[in-house]
Ligand binder design. Structure first.
Ligand code: CTP
Length: 411
């Protein structure tokens, strides 16, 4: 099977959003808006119960497209509509999906436009359940979830939290941002990195000085997290080794939390067994305090003299692995430089035995640490360079993943 590379995954995708009758229906409008902003073409179908909570006009206003109701089922175009909607679609999402709609889907009932469309659909189906605690854990619902899962239907959630009833537990619909992550995960499944295991590191390491203080750097982790999302958009099995950041890992990534350079080294060596690729986007400390005090350093004891020692070089350790199974097929590094960008990056490319390096000029204000944009040049082991214009970190990530996919295709 030939897989295609997914650039800007949601752009131009047809998404059918079924909305059933739950108080969470108001969040579906936000989801429709987020999908539309990402370039998707979103057609919405509301059940009669959903119309009690929210109007078709709300959805039409955010999607710029018609929102359908059961009234359309009995209109002049009805015979085309019930199969037509499902056929032009890349993904059918039902969010919120009530216990009742879930039960109908499990049993193939088709008594409204949402369930008719689901039965006729040949595209993947993703359900975001929303119901009260007792209803979700009820044996009947659990059996329905199991039957649908066995048939290849995907589920996003439900999550834990406070319900409209005042009860707390499992049954809340996931928030729109998280649903968007699940949608990307399903849409990306047949991408160019399908079946490939990609290890990505992100963030700046933290080296303890005492129990409350660390030596760290300005890395936000944004570029690494964007790489993880771009790899998931292309169906990769992603391991994200990350230091503490303010970011939420992409849905589908397996997070390995680390703090220090030594922990990062151990995690990378461990995860790289059987990996197809390693992308070292993390800003790993080169020096750490030679000693970390067991107790908090006190002011009254005077200004401490901090002695530093060298940390492990993760990429050098990976390059030094003897066994081929411990070394990923392709290794990509980053170079953060404030001067002699290409010269320094070319040296790192060679000494760290990389397939390519992403050279990053951190002296510019609109590129590098903390900001959302980057201006990078890719330097390849065969000697050719690819300078890229100022791009968002997500766009840089997509180019990096595209180049990696091309290499892995040839392997
Ligand atoms: N790197 C690493 N282990 C380290 C330091 C860096 O694996 N201890 C990786 C980074 O993740 C990056 C690449 O090496 O992919 C280059 O990192 P950079 O900080 O630019 O270079 P250094 O090798 O640390 O050299 P210098 O700081 O002297 O420029």
């Amino acid at each position: 099977m030939k897989y295609t590379f997914n650039m800007s995954l949601l752009n131009g995708k047809h998404i059918l959003l079924g909305v059933s009758g739950s108080i969470a229906a108001y969040k579906a409008a936000d989801l429709a808006s987020k999908l539309t902003q990402a370039g998707a073409l979103v057609d919405v179908i509301l059940t009669a119960a959903a119309e009690k909570f929210i109007t078709p006009l709300t959805f039409q206003s955010v999607t710029g497209r018609k929102a359908y109701t059961d009234a359309d089922l009995w209109g002049g175009q009805a015979h085309i509509l019930h199969v037509g909607l499902a056929h032009q679609t890349d993904l059918l999402v039902i969010a919120p999906c009530t216990a009742n709609t879930l039960a109908k889907l499990a049993h193939g009932l088709a008594d409204n436009l949402v369930t008719i469309t689901a039965l006729a659909a040949r595209c993947p189906i993703l359900l975001a359940p929303a119901m009260d605690v007792g209803m979700y854990s009820a044996p009947a619902t659990q059996a329905n979830v199991a039957a649908l899962t066995a048939r290849g239907v995907y589920f996003a959630g439900p999550g834990e939290g406070r319900m409209a009833s005042g009860l707390t537990g499992l049954g809340r619909m996931l928030e729109p941002a998280e649903l968007l992550g699940h949608i990307r995960l399903v849409l990306g499944k047949k991408g160019a990195l399908c079946g490939k295991r990609v290890v990505i590191t992100a963030g700046g390491t933290q080296e303890p000085l005492d129990p409350v203080r660390v030596l760290t750097n300005k890395s936000s982790g944004k570029q690494g997290y964007a790489l993880a999302q771009a790899a998931i958009d292309n169906g990769a099995d992603v391991v994200l080794i990350s230091t503490p950041t303010a970011l939420t890992p992409p849905v589908g990534a397996r997070l390995v939390a680390v703090q220090t350079a030594r922990q990062m080294l151990e995690a990378v060596l461990d995860e790289c067994r059987q990996a197809d690729a390693l992308i070292m986007a993390a800003a790993v400390a080169d020096f750490r305090p030679a000693q970390s005090a067991a107790d908090k350093l006190k002011k009254r004891d005077g200004i401490p003299q901090i002695k530093l020692e060298a940390t492990e070089d993760v990429l050098a350790a990976v390059a030094g692995q003897r066994s081929k199974t411990n070394r990923p097929g392709r290794v990509i590094g980053f170079a953060a430089e404030s001067r002699d960008l290409l010269k320094n990056a070319a040296e790192k490319l060679k000494s760290k035995k990389l397939d390519f390096i992403v050279a990053n000029d951190i002296s510019a204000e609109d590129a590098g640490f903390g900001v959302d944009t980057n201006r990078v040049t890719l330097l390849f082991a065969d000697g050719h360079n690819e300078p890229l214009p100022l791009m968002t970190k997500s766009e840089v990530a997509e180019v990096v993943i595209a180049r990696l996919a091309t290499m892995l295709e040839k392997d």
